[in-house]
Structure formats: C-alpha cells, structure tokens
Design a protein around this ligand. Structure first.
Ligand code: ATP
Ligand code: LTN
Length: 332
C-alpha cells in the first residue's frame, strides 16, 4: 500500500475448495498484474464459505492451501494486502449494520441465492440469503474504487452500489461507491465434462475441473478425457463448446489467438490438440505448484504474511466502521 495516489482495487475469493484453473485464468492471474497499477487489497472470504456446510478439518486445510496457492501465483504481501476475512472483525460487524439497510426484496432477487438454495435445499440458511450484505461490507470498508470480479458477481456488486448510495443518501458521504472491473483478458473457463457450465471448485464431477495443485499426469488425463464433438476439426465455432473451451484455455496460457491455433492444428485430430493443451497447462502450473510446495511447508512464514495483512486491514477498516456507526447514532 505504498502509493496513496493509486486507486484501490479489492477482491476476495472463497476458500471453498482447492483453487481451479478457472479461478487462476479468470481472476488470480489478473490480480497479480493489477498489483503494479493499483493499491490492491485481497482476502480469503472464509466467512462466506460457511453459508454452505463445511467439514472443520477440511476447511482449515482449504484455507491454508488457498492462501499458499495464491501467494504462489504471485501475490506479493510487500505490495498488496492479502488477509483472512474472519481475522478482521469489522467485516462481520459492518455486515450486520448493512443488513439493516438492505431490503428483503433485493436479496430475494439474487440469482446466486436462488442457484445455491436449489443446490443445497436442505440448508437454506439466513447467511446464504444475506451473503451480499457481507460482500458489500468487504468492499465498502476499504473505500475501494474498483472490484475485479467475474460476470457471475456483477449482480452482487450492483447491490453493493445501491446499498452504498442509500447509506450515503441518509448520512452523507460515508462510503465510496465502487465500480466493477472486468479485466480485458479474463478468460471464462468451462467444465471439461460439461462445457456449458463454468469450471467450479465445488463441482461434483472431478474430471471436469483442473486444480492448480493437480499432479501433471492427472491434468493430462483430465484433458485427454475432455468432452469434444464428432467433427474432428480444431476450429472455433458455435455449437463446438468443448473445443471452444479448450481453444480458450490454450490461448490463455500460450498467448496464441484462435486463428493461430486453428492454423497450427490444421489436419491434426483432437487427440493431438488435447495433449498440446494439457502440456501447456502443466507447464504454466509447474512453477506455481513448486512454489506452493515450498510455502505450505513453512506455516510460520504463511502466518507471518497473513497476520501482517490482517493487522493493517483491521486498522483501515475500523476507520470506515467507526464513521458509519457514528453517523447511524451509536454512542462510541
Ligand atoms: P464455488 O464453486 O465455491 O462457487 P468458484 O470456483 O465458482 O467457487 P469463486 O470463489 O466463486 O469460484 O470465484 C472466485 C473468482 O474466480 C471470481 O472472481 C470468479 O469470477 C472467478 N472464477 C470462478 N470460476 C471461474 C471460471 N470457471 N472461469 C473464470 N473465472 C472464474
Ligand atoms: N462472492 C465472491 C467472493 C467475494 C468477493 C467479495 C468478491 C466475497 N466478498 C468482495 C469481490 C469483493 C465470489 O463468490 N466470487
């Protein structure tokens, strides 16, 4: 946070499973490059993950694995904050306040709530419903200018802006109204087994999802089994979701355009192409996995990193929280 004049970019990711190739190509890789242009604030949204039931030992492992993996991707705690949401008490506290400025009707319209409550019909808890007020708190506490997110989160961001405007309308300028930031080169990675659905950490079909920490042979196997079509021609076209997805992934890791890929694979079959994509992904992930192995073996270093960021985040966020409480009418 060395340069006060830079704009503030903020984003969180749920440690709800091991980080995927989709998370990396769609989000984290862009976070890494944004560190130069912005004052960046990143965190693991562990409070958000308990909106879906978690197994305690697995949750602890997922949090540390996600922390080490994201550092391994290139997040630098000398340049950016990278903390753990539950360690900074102002998030839960502001979320409660904002719940009282968020309407039932607004929350009812959120498509993520509708999707997740259909998926977890046995546990439609109040946290799942009020998830967006906690996300609004994450963002508004830091007076963030922009929030890099995938398209799936735009509705939550719009609600954050509505909440901020409503609060500011009542009490004056307390919160900065943030903008969504959709990175130019943010790839949308689809499941290798169902290319009409996005690749997701919590996918039940393990073959559809490539994890950052998968061993090379597992990655190769998943690409070899990827669903394609019967045309046997590597070209980007409507109705060829599987091949389009593989071309997008290959392009994202090699920098090649669709036209270049089509030319390189002219006359070759899908078998060759799948191997090429698998190998390119393995090579992209190799240094990340190696760095992760080093980091995860050094728990003391990891703790040093997150404690340092936790403390700074607590200080910054307290300023906004105190201001909001004062405006509402609490005795401080
Ligand atoms: P979950 O399965 O728990 O819902 P997820 O893997 O879908 O998790 P999130 O934690 O919701 O991922 O998202 C973290 C970030 O990664 C977000 O910015 C999101 O837009 C991005 N992201 C997630 N999946 C993909 C994908 N398949 N392609 C591109 N970006 C993605
Ligand atoms: N809901 C987001 C994770 C998230 C987030 C945030 C993203 C929680 N708080 C604040 C940006 C800003 C997701 O599921 N990807």
């Amino acid at each position: 946070m060395e340069n006060e004049k830079k704009k503030i970019a903020l984003s969180l990711i749920q440690p709800s499973g091991t980080i995927t190739l989709g998370n990396y190509l769609g989000a984290i890789r862009n976070w890494v490059t944004m560190q130069e242009e912005f004052n960046c604030i990143f965190a693991l949204a562990d409070l958000h993950t308990i909106t879906v039931r978690q197994e305690p030992a697995k949750m602890r492992k997922n949090i540390l694995d996600a922390y080490a993996s994201i550092l391994a991707c290139g997040i630098d705690v000398e340049k950016s904050l990278f903390f753990i949401q539950s360690h900074v008490s102002s998030h839960a506290e502001l979320a409660w306040l904002l719940n009282c400025y968020t309407q039932f009707g607004e929350l009812s319209r959120m498509t993520q709530f509708k999707d997740k409550s259909a998926k977890h019909a046995d546990n439609i808890n109040a946290g799942l419903f009020t998830y967006p007020s906690l996300m609004a708190a994450d963002i508004l506490l830091y007076q963030a200018d922009c929030v890099p997110v995938g398209a799936d989160q735009l509705q939550h961001l719009e609600l954050t802006r509505d909440i901020a405007n409503r609060f500011n309308g009542l009490y004056g300028n307390v919160f900065k109204v943030p903008e969504a930031y959709i990175p130019k080169n943010g790839a949308r990675v689809m499941s290798l087994q169902d290319p009409t659905r996005k690749m997701s950490k919590s996918d039940e079909n393990a073959n559809g999802c490539v994890h950052l920490l998968d061993p090379p042979e597992v990655i190769m196997k998943k690409f070899k089994r990827a669903i394609t079509d019967s045309e046997a021609c590597v070209r980007y076209a409507e109705g060829k979701d599987g091949i389009n997805n593989l071309m997008d992934i290959y392009g994202a890791v090699t920098g090649l355009t669709h036209e270049q890929i089509e030319k390189d694979f002219e006359g070759k079959g899908y078998g060759d192409f799948k191997v090429a994509v698998g190998e390119a992904v393995v090579e992209t992930l190799r240094p990340i996995k190696a760095e992760y192995e080093k980091l995860i073996a050094d728990k003391a270093y990891l703790e040093e990193c997150y404690r340092k960021s936790d403390d700074i985040a607590q200080k910054i966020s307290q300023r906004t929280l105190t201001k909001a409480k004062k405006k509402i009418g609490f005795v401080l």
